[in-house]
Ligand binder design. Structure first.
Ligand SMILES: [Zn+2]
Ligand SMILES: [Zn+2]
Ligand SMILES: [Zn+2]
Length: 345
């Protein structure tokens, strides 16, 4: 797009509008590439060190033995939801819809205090996905669980309160409305075109090429045409696949190494930003009905703050053209300057 103009783009899945305004990247005081250096919090104060977790009963561990775990899943000490009834419980209310927030809130921990997901060996990165997949299958067997959410918060702007790399797993008694919206859109697209909307999107991105950042045999990474945030990316399995919990190991391996690749690129190209990544998969609830969905991972570096316009309209303003975002993240050469001009934005 022409960087002196702006565009309003509407997401065909969520129905949400995005205002792309690349010209605003040059305004004085733009803080896109400003970083406040964050001190490494020492391992001696860390509750996720192996020596401190000895008394915990792991829900799951992967590694050569329980002592030599590489991946550990434990209960969250401060859970947002707790297990309760086997059936979903409504709380009577004349006006509002209220449920008991019963479910599961667990933490997946990788062993090394400093190595984040992108720095793990390919094998350990795959173990993260394998551990989560096994745990997902266990959670999905509970009759009150309708959706399982998996995500990582990295850094203070990403919402992490602990330095040690960890991932969160929340099993919910509802299907989140954002996921519900995408499910409805993917169903209606399928009815109309007899094809998965995400498969069509992947095909389009692979033909156009300019927003593709990386691909291997079974996974594709690209900057979405409708990006709500600067440098937001998606990682998709290339074959049609609605359910993360049923995915084959060779696909998990390629998705996890593609995710590592793009997180490493963000670290070097975007000066180690805080980020969130999260999984979107078809719900556990009425599982068979969601065959037109396509699981994927979204990565959102936390470079901007939603302000009055975003809160007041629900329209995100993005100052980075996704074509340019893909170019920066694909580019082999390191960028030395923090000046947005170095990015040709
Ligand atoms: Zn630690
Ligand atoms: Zn598909
Ligand atoms: Zn998604």
């Amino acid at each position: 797009m022409n960087h002196s103009s702006s565009e309003l783009r509407r997401d065909i899945l969520s129905g949400k509008w995005v205002l792309l305004a690349p010209g605003r990247a040059h305004r004085p005081g733009e803080t896109l590439f400003h970083r406040v250096p964050q001190p490494v919090s020492p391992a001696r104060d860390c509750p996720f060190e192996a020596s401190r977790l000895q008394k915990e009963t792991p829900l799951l561990f992967l590694g050569s033995s329980e002592r030599d775990w590489r991946i550990l899943i434990i209960e969250n000490k401060y859970p947002a939801l707790r297990p309760g009834h086997t059936r979903i419980q409504n709380i009577p209310s004349k006006f509002y819809k209220v449920l008991h927030a019963e479910g599961y809130h667990h933490i997946l921990i990788t062993r090394d205090h400093k190595k984040n997901f992108s720095q793990l060996s390919t094998e350990d990165a795959l173990l993260v996905f394998r551990a989560f997949q096994t745990h997902y299958q266990t959670l999905a067997r509970h009759s009150s669980v309708r959706y399982v959410s998996f995500f990582q918060n990295k850094g203070i702007r990403g919402g992490a309160t602990l330095y040690h790399p960890h991932f969160q797993i929340l099993a919910l008694p509802i299907v989140p409305s954002d996921v519900e919206e995408s499910l409805l859109s993917s169903h209606s697209y399928f009815r109309l075109h007899k094809k998965c909307v995400y498969c069509s999107l992947l095909q389009r991105e692979r033909e156009e090429k300019k927003r593709v950042i990386y691909e291997n045999e079974r996974a594709l990474v690209f900057a979405p045409f409708i990006s709500r945030q600067p440098f937001e990316v998606r990682v998709f399995p290339k074959h049609h696949s609605p359910y993360f919990e049923d995915e084959k190991e060779d696909v998990l391996r390629d998705v996890s190494s593609a995710l590592q690749f793009v997180l490493r690129r963000m670290k070097t190209r975007l000066f180690d930003p805080d980020y969130n990544f999260f999984l979107h998969s078809a719900p556990v609830y009425r599982k068979k009905a969601h065959a037109s969905y396509h699981w994927h991972i979204e990565v959102v570096p936390r470079l901007t703050t939603a302000a009055g316009f975003e809160l007041g309209t629900g329209i995100d303003v993005n100052v980075v053209d996704p074509d340019e975002a893909a170019r920066v993240l694909r580019f082999r050469k390191k960028i030395k300057s923090l000046d947005p001009k170095a990015f040709n934005l």
